[in-house]
Design a protein around this ligand. Structure first.
Ligand SMILES: Nc1ncnc2c1ncn2[C@@H]1O[C@H](COP(=O)(O)OP(=O)(O)OP(=O)(O)O)[C@@H](O)[C@H]1O
Ligand SMILES: [Mg+2]
Length: 669
């Protein structure tokens, strides 16, 4: 597949991470600084042209209206030259101003385009732990509204500062050329403007931070309510949700008002200060003219120039105040950017499928977990520079392993899984959700997990693709500890049908072939769909495999979604298959159909099945009965039924319900 964006449009925004926000924004401008320099230069040319307009005005007044000698021979010729000069200068000024505007817009759009691309990529590489504690609406808000504030900064303030500095210097020098006294008298207000702007800068920063926080909250509410619109309707909670939204929206209104109040207070204040400055300058220039210290022509020139000296001073204040929003948004974006990405390639080993792993040393034949013993030291891995690593696996018993060192390759895993005293606790929860779990699965075996809701089944299987890291004990895959496998490799080996599958708003065909990463022939897609007992259903849709799935698959029923998800996972052809309650939303008949298809597909794959119905788990090679994070019973169906315990109790209840149901059906018939 061709890369979507060339590398030149990629910029790692983590390079812009710093506590000095202006420095951070400067770093973001990387690759575009030349464009900004050109834009500023254009503005300088434009400003110079403007200044010359006023100098020409002075000449006009002095030669045509006053009594200075015409510089182009006759008075008429001088007039024509001056007139052409005005036109030429206006063209220069307008042309370069346009050019700088174009450059600024191009740069600002360019920077924010790659910023958006970076954020999108970065966010989907953050850990599941981060995503589970961060509201989606908040992320959306930052990627849209805050990125836009940063864009404004680059489009307006970053270019504005150049314009201000140039206009100020050029006009100040021009006035200095007229009279140094006038020049000095025209800038007395600068310290006042600086102090007032900095005070407002602080105020606006706080107000804008609060405003953006509230906006993020509103966008979270909106996103959640749209996603959960069915719940709102089902519980007829529209009025309650409306009131809640209105309250939050009112708060946003208040904060927006406070923010705008700061702005609207600042503008008149700075305008008044600048107005006084201008008036003072006019009066002082008039006095100088009366006393003959400047010519009559100098006066209108000064009047024209001083406007453009005041303009940058006035706008300096504006820029300082407006920059605050860009800086606040920069800070909010950096809060995402500084988050550590989930490392997909950090593992040290990639197991080779064919080589006999050392873990056979502690393999048990009966599915009973290995007896506890001294912990096995971690495998030693040395890179050999060829992209392959040497892994030496020390023995658990101190006896030298059969294969002291082996080369690991990118081959698929065999699928032998050993849990050794594994415990796990979510980062933000107070207690362990998996406690000292040990079991052993041979390659190609199926393991069933049965247990009450919240007993930790999903949490346990989520450890396998390293969605979360176990906190204690070890999990070995083909004899190598799970932590030593790069996540990306591991996830290519493992297929999960999630408890609540998510389908994209794309065609059903695309959803099925989603995880394969190549163009899949239609017959392969159909084979997977048949195996998941969904093919006929798909054909019954108007556009077959091209039928679009609404957001979150609203056009599909729960059971249909589950089956599309099963097809998607089967097509990926993983060595390890995890089915998390994947048949919970289908009727008994369909479940039997899927189970039959799965039984064929489970051959040669290590499979984890989480299910609530005994029928779904009774054929498994190993059944784990879980309760409150621990495995309370383990074995095959026959063994477990023979034991007095949770499994038999569940079995008896389910059998009784099935029998009663059967009897009722019979009686109705
Ligand atoms: N992301 C998470 N962060 C913190 N705690 C979690 C998280 N996910 C689950 N838990 C907690 O871990 C415990 C086990 O949850 P888990 O989803 O593994 O149960 P389960 O056995 O799969 O239940 P069910 O049969 O209902 O699917 C629960 O107490 C739950 O509250
Ligand atoms: Mg679960």
């Amino acid at each position: 597949m061709a890369p979507i964006a060339s590398t030149s449009t990629y910029f790692d925004f983590r390079q812009a991470l710093t506590t000095k926000k202006l420095v951070g924004l400067w770093r973001m401008m990387s690759d575009y600084r030349l464009a900004y320099a050109a834009a500023n230069l254009s503005l300088a040319v434009s400003a110079t042209a403007k200044m010359f307009t006023y100098l020409l005005l002075r000449n006009f007044a002095d030669t045509i209206l006053g009594d200075a000698a015409p510089f182009a021979g006759t008075l008429e010729r001088t007039l024509i030259v001056i007139a052409l000069g005005f036109v030429g200068l206006a063209l220069l000024e307008g042309g370069f101003s346009y050019f700088s505007g174009r450059l600024a817009a191009y740069s600002a759009e360019g920077i924010t385009r790659r910023l958006r691309n970076f954020l999108f990529d970065h966010i989907q590489r953050l850990s599941l732990a981060y995503h589970s504690k961060t509201p989606t609406g908040d992320l959306i808000e930052r990627v849209t509204s805050d990125v836009d504030s940063v864009r404004s900064f680059f489009n307006e303030q970053a270019i504005g500062i150049g314009r201000i500095v140039f206009l100020f210097i050029i006009n100040f020098l021009a006035i200095w050329d007229l009279s140094w006294k006038l020049a000095m008298a025209s800038i007395v207000v600068i310290p006042l403007i600086l102090v007032v702007s900095l005070w407002f800068f602080k105020k606006v920063t706080t107000a804008y931070e609060k405003y953006q926080e509230q906006e993020a909250m509103l966008s979270t509410t909106l996103q959640e309510n749209l996603t959960g619109v069915r719940v709102v309707k089902a519980f007829a909670r529209q009025e309650y949700e409306k009131a809640k939204f209105e309250k939050d929206n009112w708060e946003k209104f208040l904060r927006g008002k406070a923010f705008l109040k700061m702005h609207s207070l600042f503008w008149p204040l700075s305008d008044i200060a600048c107005g006084f400055q201008m008036l003072g300058g006019f009066v002082y220039a008039a006095i100088l003219a009366i006393h003959g210290e400047i010519t009559v022509g100098t006066y209108p020139a000064y009047v024209g120039l001083v406007v453009w000296l005041i303009w940058p001073m006035r706008n300096l204040g504006r820029i300082i105040v407006q920059t605050s929003t860009g800086l606040v948004s920069y800070g909010r974006l950096m809060e995402i950017i500084k988050q550590e990405r989930e490392n997909l390639t950090d593992g040290r080993a990639q197991a080779q499928g064919a080589v006999l792993p050392v873990s056979t040393l502690h393999r048990t034949q009966d599915g009973v977990p290995p007896r506890p013993g001294p912990p096995v030291p971690a495998p030693q891995v040395q890179a050999d520079g060829t992209g392959q690593a040497q892994v030496s696996l020390p023995s658990r018993t101190g006896v030298p392993p059969m294969l002291a060192a082996r080369t690991v390759s990118k081959d698929p895993v065999r699928g032998e899984i050993v849990f050794e005293d594994v415990s796990f606790q979510y980062e933000d929860s107070g207690s362990e959700v998996i406690k000292n779990v040990s079991f052993h699965v041979r390659p190609g075996d199926s393991v069933a997990l049965l247990g009450s809701t919240g007993s930790g089944k999903t949490s346990l299987v989520n450890l396998l693709p390293r969605f979360h890291e176990y906190t204690d004990g070890r999990i070995l895959l083909d004899g190598v500890e799970l932590k030593d496998y790069p996540r990306e490799y591991l996830r290519r080996q493992i297929g999960i049908v999630e408890q609540e599958p998510f389908l994209f708003s794309r065609s059903i065909g695309e959803n099925v072939s989603y995880g394969v990463g190549r163009d899949v022939p239609q017959d392969e897609v159909e084979r997977a769909a048949r195996a998941a007992a969904i093919h006929d259903v798909i054909l019954s849709f108007p556009d077959g495999y091209k039928t679009l799935v609404g957001e979150k698959g609203v056009t599909l029923s729960g059971g249909q979604k589950q089956r599309v998800a099963i097809a998607r996972t089967l097509l990926k052809n993983p060595r390890i298959l995890i089915l998390d309650d994947s048949t919970s939303s289908v009727d008994t008949e369909t479940e039997a159909e899927i189970r039959a298809a799965l039984n064929r597909l489970m051959e040669n794959r290590t499979t984890f099945i989480i299910a609530h119905r005994i029928q779904s788990v009774m054929n498994a090679d190993l059944i784990l009965v879980m309760d409150k994070g621990t495995v309370v019973q383990m074995g095959k169906h026959e063994e477990l039924v023979a034991q007095d315990g949770m499994y038999r109790r569940i079995y008896e209840i389910q059998t009784r319900i099935d029998e009663e149901l059967e009897q009722e059906v019979q009686s109705v018939k």
